[in-house]
Design a protein around this ligand. Sequence first.
Ligand code: SF4
Ligand code: SF4
Length: 193
Amino acid sequence: MEQWLAQGLHGEMSYLERNREKRYDPRELVAGAKAVVVCVLQYSKCRHDYHRTIKSMLYQLDALLHPCAANASPNPLPTQQHIFCDSAPFLERRWATEAGLGFIGRNHQFFHHSLGSKVHLGELVLTEEVAHIPSMAPIAMGCPADCHRCEEACPTGALRNSVWDATQCVAYTTHHCLVCQDVCPMNAKKAKV
Ligand code: SF4
Ligand code: SF4
């Protein structure tokens, strides 16, 4: 990421230059952070604001994990818990990968191992160990070495040699480009759940 920033490929996303220590280490973002729970939700399951949908799900999960705290407070979110969805300096795709949920593809999208890349991510950072949530063994997956369909199909050349240039990416100007996900054979194979 440092090299990508140094090359200026983040374009107008100057916020990525700030809070790097928090971005790289959740303990700098949430004091005493011990665990990160990652939530993955398909685009098709979020008909309205996906931030609200994912945060609502994570609030419910948090209440399940902390029933005593939720009952004792009018605010169902204990102060030491933190829920994020595009709302903090947090390397969401990295933590989804660390959680064993998938991998980051050549189109720089996170691919869930069964849902594909058309997913949103959200996170709940906990300040205590959560022994009863099983961690998943990382699944060794990645793009086939000979596939470059996303790079070939990208209308602006934002994807080249496995590098994503945000300054050329339509999704960061009009927010309406899914070409590099639509052409991906890994998405075509995914179950519609
Ligand atoms: S979202 Fe569109 S413009 Fe951006 S990298 Fe993918 S195909 Fe290229
Ligand atoms: S189109 Fe091919 S190279 Fe691009 S993300 Fe999909 S599998 Fe990977």
